[in-house]
Design a protein around this ligand. Structure first.
Ligand SMILES: Cc1cc2nc3c(=O)[nH]c(=O)nc-3n(C[C@H](O)[C@H](O)[C@H](O)COP(=O)(O)OP(=O)(O)OC[C@H]3O[C@@H](n4cnc5c(N)ncnc54)[C@H](O)[C@@H]3O)c2cc1C
Length: 309
């Protein structure tokens, strides 16, 4: 890293720490979160999914929450998903599946608890034909997450997982994924040490493109989950040049981010899906979105100034 780049990184870290302190769970934080989060209730998520559907964009509902601290919370999270699945199923014309986090379903407590809760969610999703996608959390969760996937995939077809191109290990993990499982390919949202993750953005992007090619040639349906226009275009080009049906991929973006790209691809007939988070536990999600992009911090600060002014 050059001296200037290093100074910029240090400054950026300080700036982010200050903003994180300001965000907390204040009403201002809540207001800023609403740029990226559908609202606090399940109904807010469903309305956002309807609004996307009107623009030809499918949705993936995520009930915010992670790292629960008791069995009761993990079980309540599974109940919440069962309810969401029922509502999705009963709502006519909704193109919607769900995303779950395993630490929300008890992975920190025990593998057995997590398996039991996740299986309960799958049992509710299966008859409704709704896909359940497992988010990938920070690097220490990769092994147990892939283990849960392997065990449940043996009994349920309607489950897939996210993998992160930022992690060095993913280049090997990709060869041990269950055959045919839908895979969401992301860059990775967690701050990781250089011993496990590529520190350079260029390496993360190169790994993303390589992983996409490997996943596609191994027959996985691939969810290309990024707002990076070059990687999205590359995935579309690769698929079309190989003569593969375009339905083998899905272009996925987050609610409130690059809506222009979402509309553009959907308008041209490509399969597009937006990740729609809802719920009261928006704080960790918001801080990850702030960390990804300096402009979001300025968006936050300008709200702060406007409020004080
Ligand atoms: C559908 C979906 C599911 C995801 N699931 C996971 C998961 O399970 N595990 C995980 O670790 N990560 C997940 N992520 C997050 C992902 O890892 C990245 O952190 C995030 O998408 C930002 O990286 P990027 O690929 O968009 O590329 P970047 O290179 O970071 O960004 C490319 C461009 O996208 C826009 N952009 C990116 N982020 C933002 C932002 N926060 N605000 C405004 N504009 C932005 C900017 O225009 C930027 O120039 C998911 C992302 C998506 C889209």
């Amino acid at each position: 890293m050059t001296g200037t780049a290093l100074r910029a990184a240090v400054l950026w870290g300080t700036e982010l720490a200050v903003v994180r302190g300001l965000v907390t769970r204040s009403s201002l934080g809540r207001r800023v979160a609403h740029r990226f989060v559908a609202g606090e209730r399940l109904e807010d998520g469903i309305s956002a999914a309807h609004a996307l559907g009107r623009r030809g964009i499918a949705a993936m509902l995520d009930h915010l929450g992670e790292n629960v601290t008791s069995e009761a919370q993990a079980s309540a999270a599974a109940d919440g998903y069962v309810l969401a699945l029922k509502l999705i199923h009963e709502t006519e014309g909704l193109h919607c599946n769900i995303a779950i986090k395993l630490t929300q379903l008890g992975l920190d407590q025990s593998m057995d608890l997590c398996l039991e809760n996740t299986e309960r969610v799958l049992a509710a999703a299966e008859p409704a034909g709704i896909l359940v996608m497992v988010d990938m959390e920070s690097s220490e969760y990769v092994d147990p997450t892939l283990e849960v996937l392997r065990r449940l995939r043996a009994r349920h077809q309607g489950i897939g997982v996210a993998i992160q191109s930022a992690l060095r290990r993913t280049a090997d993990d990709v060869f041990a994924l269950p055959d045919g499982a839908p895979i969401r390919l992301v860059k990775g949202a967690y701050l990781e040490s250089p011993s496990v993750a590529y520190p350079s953005r260029a390496d993360v992007d190169r790994a993303f493109a390589r992983l996409f090619a490997t996943l596609t040639s191994r027959g996985h349906p691939v969810h290309v989950a990024t707002h990076d226009p070059r990687l999205l275009a590359g995935a579309v080009r690769f698929t079309e040049r190989r003569g593969l049906p375009i339905e083998r991929i899905e272009l996925q973006m987050l609610l409130g981010i690059r809506e222009d790209l979402q509309r553009d691809y959907a308008g041209r007939g490509y399969p597009v899906r937006a990740y729609v988070p809802y719920g009261a536990e928006w704080y960790p999600y918001l801080t990850r979105r702030l960390a990804e992009r300096p402009a979001n911090v300025w968006f936050f600060v300008s709200n702060l100034v406007r409020r004080r002014g």
